[in-house]
Design a protein around this ligand. Sequence first.
Ligand code: C2O
Length: 567
Amino acid sequence: MEASKLTLLLGLLALLTFLASFSAAEVHFYEFIVEARPVMRLCRTLSTITVNGQFPGPTLEVRNGDSVAVKVTNRARYNITIHWHGLKQQNNPWADGPEYVTQCPIQPGATYTYRFTIKDQEGTLWWHAHSRWLRATVYGALIIYPRLGSPYPFPMPKREVPILLGEWFDRDPQDVMRLAAFTGGAPNVSDAYTINGQPGDLYRCSRQETIRIPVVSGESLLLRVINSALNQELFFTVANHQLTVVGADASYTRPFTTRVIMIGPGQTTDVLLTADQRPARYYMAARAYATAQNAPFDNTTTTAILEYKNAASSNQGLAPVFPTLPAYNDTATATAYTAQIKSPSQVRVPTQIDEYLFFTVGLGLYNCTVPNSPRCQGPNNTRFAASMNNVSFVLPRTNSLMQAAYYGVPGVFTTDFPPIPPVQFNYTGNVPRGLWSPRRGTKLYRLKYCANVQIVLQDTSIVTTEDHPMHLHGYHFYVIGSGFGNYNPSTDPARFNLIDPPQRNTIGTPPGGWVAIRFKADNPGVWLMHCHLDSHLFLGLAMAFLVENGIGPLQSVIPPPPDLPRC
Ligand code: C2O
């Protein structure tokens, strides 16, 4: 009698545990304290804005379907917001984060709790400050595992390691931005690149702290590579090891192997690595892929060490094996690599296009009338500018675009962002000087709910051609084509990949070329699209979409949370 009761009880318990493993998604609560902390890099201690005193900030680990609440308390002396880069935030722009776009900033002393649910997304994303240049040090990984019980579409790796590539300035990055905003000249470049916050062996005072990644012979590793650098596309490689790309921007990709990846700021790339080499120590390294002509860039190399645990102790004294990296201007390698990224199988790309948009992206110059002004330190007495379709984007100061749109506050923005360039010209040719100066404006482009949108992003040769990593908030999109020179609407569409294009949230324009993307505007709200180089964003290389509500609450922006900051 007792025994059978016990069996029943145990059986019940087993059943409950089994059911719990399939139970509703979890709710995660995180607390972010934003504050200045002393951080020592390159032989100097700098007061650095951090989250919870960590640099890089805490890694968020969640599952598809989970809900997240992050209470952000601002103890720094700057206004701040946090953006969950690549999260779709369906109907919920209030949690997206870009300052003055979807919210007013969290002022010093204030708090705001970001609440959102992960819906149909898996893979590697990240979070970062979206206020001035604070994301230089305020960033971290956001890892979305599949739902409990659902596997990866590739062999389960033995270990997983986030690899956050960053950029370190040997001074307050806010001062670098402020100085450039004052002088109109190019901002100073960084002093080091970093892997998980550390510059590595090739910089002064850094060797001790070089990141070491242990591995056992035969094991496979999943490296979740995130480019969180402020202003630089990067090449990344691991000495002697093949990398198998399996995901990008939290979408799975058709696996392919490569020696090197190119990754733009904002992008993530998941790669599998098998420890199939002689037990030893190997460098992983990253350095610039720099495409702007005659522009200074940080030409240093950051390293971490892949360390075989069973390496013979005699090996430990040897210098790690150093990889070869492409030259900083190796556009051929960058282009060939990017072209290999595809969806794993056939996908449903929008074909009945409602909005054919064509946006030029690039730099510009404002002429100065006062000669030798300290405020005109750009080339030949000018100030640098940047624009899309000749509009240099200006953030409002008294309200956020989303709050203004939701409450119908007039005078904050207009909805006349041009669908095509106001003047058509030979975008990548010798552009007449008269076309180099954009107009400032806070212009949005209105999209009907569920409109099918195609955007061709066309780089220009104004000042210089360049790879611009273009990021769209609130969406991911299919990258259906790209090429060099001017986009040709009568011949290029024939070469579009409408079968298995990759799904991304950030894609670079080839330098002096174009890239075409498609998405369905099924997420109402105000969504920023911008160059993810902060050195271009602050010059106005941005625009925003105002996506209308559909019918009923399920197709509409949810009401704002009560603690949404006011300006
Ligand atoms: Cu990763 Cu607008 O940002």
